[in-house]
Design a protein around this ligand. Structure first.
Ligand SMILES: *Cc1c(COP(=O)(O)O)cnc(C)c1O
Length: 432
């Protein structure tokens, strides 16, 4: 399969797309054409892994990874992704059974499996740089932990991630270097961006990025939409409709791609917090990136969603996008009310991100009387956000075993100032 940048027409291979992360012209990678399936193509496939293999094969075909697709799928989809029925027309797809209890484990695991294989025969290791405000870095570190030929450098802002998040960033093996940076997330991101264009560093090291604009993180996310929609369609005879909490629009775009490839998916509704650029845009207000606002659903605090560039490139302007998706904004107040309500009425404990989507479900099905089959996407386990959730429900959130295993491990990190020269020293002292 061939890929191009959203900003040009140079062709790139699947291997290039995974390794580079971002195109040479600064644009984002998109496939030149999407494979098309119909539901019967998956006829005998029942389990997540067999559906994943069939869905991903066209992307792997004629790449050096094709012969490894079975192992890659088994590694990336090593945990269950169940969809639980809550009541008639209301189901929740749980994406939080991976090692760091959020959906980013799926994309990070897939990218790690692919990149470690693509680098198997290189003489020097690939260095994956990640700046993180919390969730991404943990998922990437967990996914690359102990893999040969790849090292990961995680930069996070000192004191600005939760205790549990810090543990998820710092409890890994020797190929993960965790840097606690005196500064903000933007400072961390700036160091990473500068490293990619620093001639001294790029001479000595081969860098790659595992941030969420890498197509290698987006693609495996489409798999769980294929899997859950096929299961629902076979059981109920109707297409499910999805409500998806989103920030960078990655998880939403993954669902749109799956529908476009012919999977039985009906409406797609995106929910955002008070960072509501996409909502305003769909109402015709233009695309004007803003500074992000801090909310309770902090993994969705994105003022300038990067995947918009892909959406525009693949699906056109606002008029066309309005035929493709809807978007709803949910305030912190509504998130709080919804976490309380769900616990009291349905005995469900939700993370703040997931609560934006269940809030939208109740709005659409009750107020709008949209009596359809809805699948709500649960992006993280509530135990990751216990400081928000526990006061609202007035009890402790049980910790899942995967997360408990991490919380018991010892931490390792180094502290640096937000300075490029300190960063260089750290790399030279630790990676040589
Ligand atoms: C990253 C994240 C999101 C937002 O995902 P996008 O791909 O940016 O849309 C939502 N919820 C949780 C828990 C996350 O970690």
């Amino acid at each position: 399969m061939n890929f191009v940048s959203t900003r040009g027409s140079t062709k790139y291979s699947f291997e290039d797309v995974l390794t580079k992360g971002i195109a040479d012209d600064g644009g984002l990678f998109i496939p030149t054409e999407l494979p098309k399936f119909n539901s019967t193509d998956f006829h005998q496939d029942l389990c997540l892994q067999s559906i994943a293999r069939r869905f991903l094969l066209p992307f792997f075909e004629s790449s050096s990874l094709e012969r490894d697709i079975n192992e890659i799928v088994d590694e990336a989809f090593s945990f269950p992704i169940p969809t639980e029925n809550i009541s008639s027309g209301y189901s929740i797809m749980e994406l939080f059974h991976g090692p760091t209890a959020a959906f980013k484990d799926v994309g990070a695991g897939f990218l790690a499996s692919c990149l470690s294989r693509l680098n198997a025969n290189q003489s020097s290791p690939l260095i994956v740089l990640v700046a993180t405000s919390g969730d991404t870095g943990g998922a990437v570190a967990a996914a690359f932990d102990e893999l040969p030929n790849v090292r990961v450098v995680v930069l996070f802002p000192e004191g600005k991630v939760s205790k549990r998040q810090e543990k998820q960033l710092t409890c890994w093996g020797n190929n993960i270097l965790s840097l606690s940076v005196k500064g903000t997330f933007d400072d961390c991101q700036k160091i990473v961006k500068e490293a990619f264009i620093d001639s001294e560093l790029t001479n000595d090291y081969r860098f790659s990025s595992a941030n969420s604009i890498n197509f290698g993180r987006l693609l495996p996310q489409s798999v769980y939409y294929a899997y859950s929609s096929l299961k629902h369609f076979r059981a109920m005879g109707v297409k499910p409709n999805y409500i998806i909490p989103t920030g960078n629009l990655g998880n939403g775009l993954a669902c749109i791609l799956a529908r476009d490839m012919g999977l039985p998916i009906g409406d797609i509704v995106l929910t955002v917090n008070e960072n509501k650029l996409i909502v305003d845009y769909l109402m015709g207000e233009g695309w004007e990136p803003k500074k992000s606002i801090e909310t309770l659903a902090n993994a969705m605090d994105v003022g300038n969603p990067s995947n918009m560039e892909r959406l525009n490139s693949l699906y056109g302007d606002v008029k066309n996008l309005n035929k493709c998706i809807r978007a709803i904004t949910v305030s912190d107040n509504m998130i709080k009310q919804e976490i309380k309500r769900s616990f009291e009425k349905e005995q469900l404990i939700l993370c703040p991100h997931t609560a934006t989507a269940t809030h939208a479900y109740h709005h659409l099905s009750v107020a709008n009387k949209e009596n359809k089959d809805w699948i709500i996407v649960a992006t993280a386990h509530p135990a990751k956000f216990e400081t928000v959730v526990e006061p609202l429900i007035a009890c402790d959130v049980p910790i899942p075993v995967e997360l408990a295993a991490i919380l018991d491990k010892p931490s390792q990190m180094q502290k640096i100032n937000a300075s490029m020269s300190e960063f260089k020293d750290i790399l030279n002292n630790n990676l040589n």
